[in-house]
Design a protein around this ligand. Structure first.
Ligand code: PGA
Length: 251
């Protein structure tokens, strides 16, 4: 059985004080939840103070991005420094990085490898644009992103990697993929992982859905056989919404 993950991607929101308030609320109100892994990815500036607040909490702190090297790279952050400040995971390949900052699959692959080598867990994001979906290219796009992004990884590395399927057209738009659309993509992804690695690796890998996940659609999504959790943007900024999502109803 795969333990579900509910992850909050705070993106470029929250001052340190606001981040502390939200993290403390989550810590208090989710302390009894022991069958779901909770991950939060605040902006870099809030990581150190949040790590101090979360030392006695199972909530996992994650970076939103990293750079696959150290040294003369002004403005970047390395996996080792994320680890140093208390992160146990990092989001890599988010569609905003791909679209707004032109990150390509081979660069994302370097980041995945660097993060795993530094001992971080990885939430590896993939997803098609609306144009690609309308042109029936969804599976082709997902396959390329997975083949290139996970190139060079073995089954052992995959035990520390979670895939997040986030259709670009559903992110921040209020337009969630239907349960069937999401399940279809997740099923495809798991099949591909089985081909690229092996069946038990594919069965053990958590595949999260992301894109306008809200309290009113989480239950239906989590009901799908291949959906193992959610990567939540907008709704992760509101304590009540995120808690309801983390407490999704099981069948
Ligand atoms: P959203 O963002 O929930 O606001 O659509 C999801 C994400 O970008 O991870």
């Amino acid at each position: 059985m795969r333990t579900p993950i509910i992850a909050g991607n705070w993106k470029l929101n929250k001052t340190v004080d606001e981040a502390l308030a939200l993290a403390n609320d989550l810590k208090g109100q989710l302390s009894d939840l022991n069958d779901v892994e909770i991950v939060i990815a605040p902006p870099f500036t809030a990581l150190a103070p949040l790590a101090a607040t979360l030392t006695d909490s199972p909530i996992v702190l994650a970076g939103q991005n990293c750079y696959p090297a150290e040294g003369a790279y002004t403005g970047e952050i390395s996996p080792a420094l994320l680890r140093d400040v208390g992160c146990r995971a990092v989001i890599i390949g988010h569609s905003e990085r791909r679209q707004l900052f032109a990150e390509q699959d081979d660069f994302i692959n370097q980041k995945v490898k660097a993060a795993l080598a530094a001992g971080l867990k990885v939430i590896f994001c993939i997803g098609e644009t609306l144009t690609e979906r309308n042109e029936n290219l969804t599976f082709e796009v997902l396959e390329k992103q997975i083949r290139m992004g996970l190139s060079g990884l073995d089954s052992a590395a995959m035990t520390r990697l979670t895939v997040a399927y986030e259709p670009v057209w559903a992110i921040g738009t209020g337009q969630t993929a239907s349960n069937e659309q999401a399940q279809e993509a997740h099923h495809f992804i798991r099949g591909l992982l089985s081909q690229l690695f092996d069946r038990s690796t594919a069965e053990a890998t958590r595949i999260l859905y992301g894109g306008s996940v809200k309290p009113d659609n989480i239950d239906g999504l989590m009901h799908q056989a291949d959906i193992d959790g959610a990567l939540v943007g907008g709704a992760s900024l509101k304590v009540g919404d995120f808690i309801r999502i983390a407490r999704f109803k099981r069948s």
